[in-house]
Ligand binder design. Structure first.
Ligand code: ADP
Ligand code: MG
Length: 614
């Protein structure tokens, strides 16, 4: 009856959980402790999935990948002070990538503020630099309002991270149920379209282009623009280039993908349409010498402030990429036209792709033979420290077959990736990080589906791999069961979040970890050199900063928790272990792949983007 109902009490923790549920939050990643444990329990009771991680940073990376993959924010739940501070890395990474994320942090009790309370820290202020929105509800009654606002801010406009602060005393405080009003689920972002006259101008610039190029970024992937962009590419026969995470919006093996002639395409295009890709370091800022000084950029982006960054664009199309691409298609459809497939530009690009493929074959041959630096040279040459997006997007059949037959050991990167690519299921997610591992891997490992590649991204963050893989795995389990997550890690990158292997085993996630192990960061030493080096000296005095312990058995991290581990040194062992891992759907695996410690990528034409002259 009414009298009884009005006395019914509810805890702050339950209000938070219900507010999240009402906003359609499906997944929470976090680490519990004072004061957030009750929140996690309450959320799980409402059917929100809770994934307990081993470090808040990895939890936050995982939650941010949920946003990218599902278009609604994943939640990262952390304790006060240090817990929140560990999550800042994940917030920064999400914000840089323009991915939605909601972080909920417990904080110290309000009546102990400024008194030196347990884990006290100015959390709302701290998060401001890493978020679009950072706030503490003024009361339990205000929680649903603030959570709705945070969820909405994370997905409307340019997506990004948001923070909601929950003082410890809120969590167990009881309030009358009737005093809480839950907000309605916030709608998906409204779709905005570009100005009609700008669309007309853009269409005419495209029609008049002599050497056009489309660049497909992760914004296009996030916008689910695959259908319209593929149509634009195919209907008008336009060459396209994906950015690292734009891979798969149109499949990498599409005949109009000019990834293998990346530098040439950028350098000589006269009109470039950017679909959700910023002209930052990944695209060499849009400036000469990597581009023609008078190249006409057509920028398609949801964020007005992005338009005109670093270059003066010929046309700006402000709006949702899928909607704007449809507008462009409609406009171009008005007069029959297609870019001539026999144009000089297409010929140049095709020839360049062929010659790059041949050159990459020769260079990878040389790599295997000549990649040992002289023994005794303690400090190997350091080059290309900055991730390199210059490699093409695929290694051709001819080259790959040549590499496949290579017998020299230890293996090099190309040999490893060729054998991995051979067995990769078409629908798998590829997560990748590490310096050479990510850069070379990206050129060989193909993506056929949008939003199926996750890597170090705009911020160049190392340590994201396992968190991303865990997020992709929980999403795949729910939405596309049977899909594998292949997580390709350098040995150094793996170390950042190695203990998340326990998380992977605890939830028995469909993940295969490949650790491409060269005993170091960029490069390392073999066991003999290592022993020689340490004979009479203290390790801290002589071990080069880039070296890690040679021959580390990272696969034992996986076996320690009941997964399968493999230590492989030859192509045959690699093939076999990968085949077994893919066949066994009951367990995650880790394949520790030993490669030449001094193996590096093929030489690049442009060396100016190295740290020494930045
Ligand atoms: P990449 O790293 O692939 O080059 P960036 O992260 O630099 O991609 O750029 C992605 C861009 O996409 C951002 O500028 C962002 O504002 C934009 N964006 C994100 N979502 C949408 C959307 N739905 N419609 C249009 N643009 C979007
Ligand atoms: Mg390494």
């Amino acid at each position: 009856n009414f009298a009884e109902r009005s006395e019914e009490q509810v805890s702050g923790a339950k209000v938070i959980a219900q507010a999240l549920k009402t906003q359609d939050v499906e997944y929470i990643f976090g680490i519990v402790g004072i004061p957030v444990t009750e929140i996690a329990i309450a959320a799980q009771q409402l059917g929100i999935k809770y994934i307990g991680m081993r470090n808040e940073q990895a939890a936050c990376y995982a939650a941010s990948a949920i946003g990218y993959l599902t278009s609604r924010p994943g939640v990262c739940l952390v304790v006060s002070g240090p817990g929140l501070i560990h999550a800042l890395g994940g917030m920064a990474n999400a914000n840089m990538n323009c991915w939605p994320l909601l972080v909920i942090g417990g904080s110290s009790e309000r009546n102990q503020e400024t008194m030196g309370a347990f884990q006290e820290f100015p959390q709302v202020e701290a998060c401001r630099l890493y978020t679009k929105f950072s706030a503490r509800p003024s009361s339990i009654e205000a929680i649903p309002f603030v959570i709705e606002k945070a969820v909405r801010s994370s997905i409307y406009g340019r997506p990004g991270a948001c923070y909601v602060d929950i003082p410890a005393d809120f969590v167990n405080l009881q309030v009358n149920v009737n005093s809480i009003k839950y907000m309605e689920r916030c709608m998906s972002p409204p779709i905005s379209m570009a100005e009609t006259s700008a669309v007309c101008t853009a269409a005419s610039v495209i029609r008049n282009a002599k050497q056009p190029l489309l660049i497909i970024g992760k914004g296009a992937a996030y916008a689910h623009a695959e259908e319209s962009i593929k149509k634009l590419v195919e209907q008008y026969k336009l060459p396209f280039l994906p950015t690292p995470m734009g891979k798969g919006v149109v499949p990498d093996n599409h005949p109009y993908c000019v990834g293998a002639a990346r530098s040439r395409a950028l350098q000589f295009a006269d009109v470039i349409v950017l679909f959700g890709a910023r002209l930052n370091w990944i695209l060499h800022f849009g400036l000469p010498p990597r581009y023609q000084p008078d190249v006409k950029f057509i920028q398609v982006d949801i964020c007005a402030e992005e338009l005109g960054n670093n270059v003066k664009p010929a046309v700006t199309l402000l709006g949702n990429i899928h909607a704007v691409t449809k507008q462009l298609l409609e406009e171009l459809d008005k007069t029959p036209w297609q870019y001539p497939p026999e144009s000089k530009w297409w010929k140049t690009l095709r020839e360049k792709m062929k010659s790059n493929e041949a050159a990459s074959k020769v260079k990878s041959d040389l790599l295997t033979l000549n990649n040992r630096s002289p023994r005794g040279g303690i400090f190997p040459s350091l080059f290309n420290c900055v991730p390199n997006w210059d490699c093409g997007t695929h290694v051709p059949q001819g080259c790959s077959q040549e590499l496949a037959s290579k017998k020299s050991l230890p293996m090099n990167y190309y040999t490893v990736f060729y054998h991995v690519q051979e067995q990769l299921p078409r629908d798998c997610f590829v997560v990748s990080e590490g310096a050479n591992t990510m850069d070379i891997g990206r050129t060989v490992l193909q993506n056929y589906l949008p939003r199926h590649r996750l890597d170090a991204g705009t911020f160049g963050t190392m340590g994201v791999g396992l968190g991303f893989a865990i997020a992709a795995a929980v999403v795949a389990k729910d939405r596309s069961p049977g899909q594998w997550i292949i997580c390709v890690e350098g040995d150094s990158a793996f170390g950042f979040s190695g203990m998340e292997v326990e998380t992977i085993c605890r939830y028995n996630l469909p993940i295969i970890l490949l650790v491409v192990n060269n005993n170091g960061i960029y490069q390392g030493f073999d066991t003999d050199t290592w022993k020689e080096m340490l004979k009479f000296q203290d390790a801290t005095a002589v071990v080069p900063p880039m070296c890690l312990l040679p021959n580390s058995h990272y696969e034992q991290v996986m076996t320690a928790f009941g997964g399968k581990g493999y230590f492989v040194q030859t192509p045959e062992e690699l093939q076999k272990s990968l085949r077994q891992s893919l066949a066994d759907t009951t367990k995650p695996s880790l394949i520790n792949i030993m490669i030449e410690p001094q193996a590096t990528r093929k030489a690049q034409d442009f060396h100016w983007l190295t740290r020494s002259n930045m």
